[in-house]
Design a protein around this ligand. Structure first.
Ligand code: BGC
Length: 448
């Protein structure tokens, strides 16, 4: 098989993890109406059903943090895919709310594991000039999973037992991930950390030209040798020399999540209902899903060409302008002509999604897969991923609460998100460094 075909096959399999991430986080939006009706959810049960996935996902990184470096990138994803299978079945056949919450917790756990390990696995298998694009496959898959969940919701929305059908739909990619993960190779870099040098070279030869394979092999071995002498351990992540990558893992996800992305991804239908009928609002949400996926494809073209920092600046400025526009549409609700208000709200949200999808979306997962030293990469990227779920949960819980207050009515929430994004400009300028075109080993040398 042609080397590129193998690489893209690996990317497609690994990215199925991203699809499940997007599907299982997005589906709750569209499943809620039928869940409310059939299970007679109280408001607190409702927030538990919504939050269970994010809460479960917070624990995934703890499991993967220690096991990814021990068991390898492949085995941990096989385990995660089995958890996805069990979680999907449990959620789909749940006889009552508690079993549903248990199923959603398991799904979250699996999402937390793949989110921490798949980008890392992709980064380690990619040639350096394609790494941005390859890891962004993961983000593309997340957006396709979100879109799929909206479309499934639209199709089954009126069916009897609609929510069960929607959860069953998540079972299919879980099986695909399981089978696919059995077929893909282990990360050569991880194999080298375990002294399985021959296997590592064999995998590299499948993916690179012979010269590139030997060069990468030697470079990684040399780096590992140096690391051995330095006796590094995961505690090193908290040492002064790794302060910048530590801050990157916290900062990029704080800004990504507090830019309010999931206020839109999880609640856009509710927002659109203030303008449209119920079915139009659902369609507008499907539109959000489509724009999100298309813009992600666009972003993939630029990450390795323009570099990470220019895209981050573009995205931050663009999202800030859009958030301000949406905020103003709420603030001047009564004085603006209806048509203009509609344009500011819908146009603002759609354009926001475009700017997010070319920058903050892919960059979060990309940066945490590439900025850490090999020896602690599994642990460190898992910790980055934990930050993501923690901030995500905070936004998911606070948005509906804030909406009910004056902050919701006068657009204050969106102005808060805008301020976070503007502060992100300082982070982009002073903390993030350019990784375009550098090998993972070159990046690592920066800290020594
Ligand atoms: C974020 C998710 C978000 C998605 C939207 C991802 O990078 O991690 O929280 O829902 O982008 O496309």
């Amino acid at each position: 098989m042609n080397k590129n075909t193998i690489i893209y096959f690996i990317a497609a399999v690994a990215a199925t993890g991203g699809l499940l991430f997007g599907f299982d986080t997005g589906v709750i939006n569209v499943a809620l109406p039928s869940l409310r009706e059939q299970l007679q959810l109280t408001p607190s049960q409702e927030s538990m059903v919504v939050g269970a996935v994010l809460f479960g996902a917070m624990f995934g990184p703890f499991i993967s943090g220690f096991l990814t470096d021990k068991l390898g990138r492949k085995k941990i994803n096989i385990i995660a895919s089995l958890v996805f299978v069990v979680g999907s079945i449990l959620a789909a056949i749940a006889p009552d709310t508690n079993s549903l919450i248990a199923g959603r917790l398991l799904l979250g756990l699996a999402i937390g594991i793949v989110a921490a390990t798949v980008p890392l696995y992709l980064a380690e298998l990619s040639p350096k000039d394609k790494r941005g694009r390859m890891v962004t496959f993961f983000q593309l898959a997340i957006t396709l999973g979100i879109l799929l969940s909206y479309v499934v919701g639209y199709i089954f929305g009126e069916a009897e037992n609609a929510w069960r059908m929607m959860f069953w739909a998540g079972f299919v990619p879980a099986i695909i991930l399981f089978v696919g993960m059995l077929l893909v190779p282990e990360s050569p870099r991880w194999l080298l950390t375990k002294g399985r040098n021959e296997e590592a070279l064999k995998v590299l030869n499948q993916l690179r030209t012979p010269d590139e394979a030997v060069a990468e092999y030697n470079e990684t071995l040399k780096l590992l040798e140096e690391e051995k002498q330095n006796k590094s351990s995961w505690m090193e992540l908290f040492m002064p020399k790794l302060r910048i990558p530590l801050f990157i893992g916290i900062g990029i996800f704080a800004i990504q999540q507090f830019s309010g992305i999931n206020a839109i991804i999880y609640y856009s239908t509710d927002i659109f209902k203030s303008l449209f009928s119920d079915s139009q609002a659902t369609l507008a949400t499907v539109g959000v899903g489509i724009v999100n996926s298309l813009a992600t494809i666009l972003g993939m073209q630029f990450l390795d060409k323009w570099g990470r920092k220019p895209l981050l600046f573009t995205g931050l400025i663009g999202t800030a302008v859009c958030l301000g526009t949406v905020g103003l549409a709420f603030l001047f609700e009564s004085s603006l002509p209806a048509g203009l208000r509609q344009m500011m709200l819908v146009g603002g949200i759609y354009t926001y999604i475009i700017f997010f999808a070319i920058s903050l979306g892919p960059l979060g997962w990309l940066l945490i897969s590439e900025v850490y030293p090999l020896k602690i990469r599994g642990f460190a990227s898992s910790m980055g991923s934990f930050n993501h779920w923690f901030f995500d949960l905070m936004v998911a819980i606070s948005f509906p609460l804030m909406r009910a207050t004056s902050l919701g009515k006068n657009g204050g929430i969106f102005f808060i998100y805008m301020i976070v994004v503007l502060l992100g400009l300082f982070f982009a300028k002073f903390v993030v460094f350019e990784t375009k075109g550098l090998s993972l080993e070159d990046i690592e040398k920066k800290y020594n």
